[in-house]
Design a protein around this ligand. Structure first.
Ligand code: XMP
Length: 511
């Protein structure tokens, strides 16, 4: 049976992805498409409803994005949000008044009780609203169904044509009743609610089975969640015809390589070929302190090791990768959302010219959905909710030239910090929390002796996407405990400092 879906045309709002995620949370599959998607192409995808997202432009700007007018004739409900409402009003003959600026903020939205869409909203609701261009007169056949302080016309609809427009963002948490509005839209579209972790896991597995046929698949396990879940889906689909390669580059956290073996080979029964290449990586990195050179060396070594390992494994046609939906939208959308960690960060990626066909079982999924699949397929919560870890690993947290001794000190200190953060119940609320080994030594006293040893910096940040971040206000007692434990338990460290810089202007990692 074909899955009911909602299509969203992306006019460039930072919230577009959030609209898609909200629908999926309401158990309806939704997908994001470029703003100019033709009506015929849309019809072919058979969405039950269509959303026109917000966006930064004015309909009066030259070159501002326009949907194909034919989309209003498809006979499916259309919901325009902010810019989406303005562009719909403008194209259908309404009057949109230009205003010089566009701002977002809290506002009180009032419905007049005559709306089909807004029936679940209270008469007055606090919402997150766009204050910019406004609709002065709606198109013929539309009625005004809501207003606010700054917009006399803050919601319009044409019940006959099933066209709806609202000037607030129902997808953001600060909009009271926002989810109810989206749920009501789904009802007006007649959508079945059948997108669940069970159904999308099963679909992903079946799709891989169909795509791969009787061939073999290779997967590079990075130690992160995405590649792990991609491997599990493929494993579920084709069993032992999947071979995973795990490269220990010597830059991993404490016990990480052993955990990969335990988790994936012993417990989940994946065929994992582990390669201990730590000596080779460390010898190539010897004496190198420039961060970008470190990254380049690590990226190149990884590809070399991966290549020589796979050569021994016999012919494999496919390579499984953990590409997620936000990466797909970013690369296909004309003005796609930018809240994605940029690709120059993807050290550990494999070049196209290796000659594999790609299998990307997570291409349609958001991160939270990937986690749900991982849990379904047997991954433990601790792993599934791991904080991000950079591809070049501890190389960018061991400042200056890297040595085995330095890495060992860093691993121990990092382990103490992370365990204490977990014990304090803060691990999952933080974007990242880790230790950095600084290339400075300072004086201390230990008993009657003077010491001259290393400094560890602790870094903990709050962030939604890694693009911007604020240093986390960790409780002083926690910092005190971590500091005292590190100085007492980790040989070679006599000083611990806490990083209180935000991004920008700093970055999350130190290199
Ligand atoms: P920065 O330090 O640029 O980091 O504020 C933003 C996010 O990206 C991660 N990061 C990396 N990830 N390879 C990666 O795969 C890298 O070279 C890399 N550098 C930074 C960082 O951990 C943070 O989550």
């Amino acid at each position: 049976m074909e899955r009911d879906r909602i299509a969203i045309l992306d006019f460039g709002s930072q919230y577009t992805q959030l609209i898609a995620r909200r629908f999926r949370e309401l158990q309806v599959y939704s997908e994001i498409l470029p703003p100019g998607t033709k009506a015929a192409a849309l019809r072919a995808r058979r969405p039950r409803g269509l959303v026109l997202s917000g966006g930064p432009d004015s309909v009066h700007d030259k070159g501002s994005p326009r949907p194909d007018k034919g989309i209003f004739e498809l006979g499916i409900p259309v919901l325009g949000v902010c810019y989406g409402m303005q562009v719909m009003s403008h194209l259908l003959g309404g009057d949109v008044q230009r205003s010089g600026k566009r701002e977002y903020g809290q506002a009180t939205f009032e419905t007049n009780g005559r709306s089909r869409l807004l029936s679940a909203l209270p008469a007055k609701a606090r919402v997150w609203m766009s204050h910019g261009d406004s609709v002065r007169r709606p198109p013929g056949g539309f009625t005004v169904v809501g207003s606010s302080e700054s917009n006399a016309v803050a919601a319009v609809e044409s019940a006959d044509r099933k066209l709806y427009g609202i000037m607030f963002h129902p997808e953001v948490n600060h909009s009271e009743g926002g989810t109810a509005v989206l749920a009501r839209f789904l009802d007006l579209c007649g959508c079945r609610r059948d997108w669940s972790s069970a159904s999308f896991t099963q679909e992903a597995v079946e799709a891989v089975r169909a795509e791969v046929g009787s061939e073999r698949v290779l997967c590079a396990l990075s130690g992160g969640v995405d590649s792990a879940v991609a491997a599990l889906i493929v494993h579920e689909a084709i069993g032992d015809r999947l071979t995973c390669v795990f490269v220990d580059n010597g830059l991993l956290r404490k016990d990480e390589a052993a955990q990969v073996k335990k988790r994936f080979a012993d417990k989940l029964k994946l065929k994992v070929v582990s390669v201990d290449a730590s000596k080779r990586f460390l010898s190539r990195l010897k004496g190198v302190s420039d961060p970008e050179r470190k990254r380049k060396i690590i990226g190149k070594e990884f590809i070399d090791v991966f290549r020589s390992t796979t050569r021994r494994l016999g012919k494999m046609k496919f390579l499984a990768q953990g590409t997620l939906y936000p990466d797909v939208i970013e690369s296909t959308s004309v003005r796609g959302p930018s809240a994605v960690i940029k690709s120059h960060h993807n050290v550990g990626g494999l070049p196209k010219k290796l000659g594999f066909k790609l299998v990307e079982p997570l291409r349609e999924l958001f991160k939270d959905e990937v986690r749900a699949v991982g849990l379904r397929l047997g991954l433990d919560e601790e792993f599934v909710y791991r904080q991000p870890f950079p591809g070049p690993g501890l190389a960018v947290r061991c400042l200056g030239p890297i040595t085995k001794e330095g890495l060992d000190v860093l691993r121990e200190a990092d382990d103490v910090f992370v365990k204490e953060v977990k014990a304090a119940g803060l691990y999952r609320t933080l974007w990242q929390s880790f230790a950095v080994l600084l290339p400075v030594r300072s004086v201390g006293v230990m008993g009657d002796d003077r010491t001259y040893q290393n400094t560890i910096a602790l870094r903990a940040v709050d962030s939604a996407d890694g693009m911007t971040a604020d240093w986390a206000r960790l409780p002083h007692e926690l910092l005190a405990r971590v500091s005292s434990r590190i100085v007492n338990e980790v040989r070679g460290v006599n000083r611990v400092v806490y990083d209180v810089s935000s991004k920008p202007p700093s970055t999350i990692e130190w290199e």
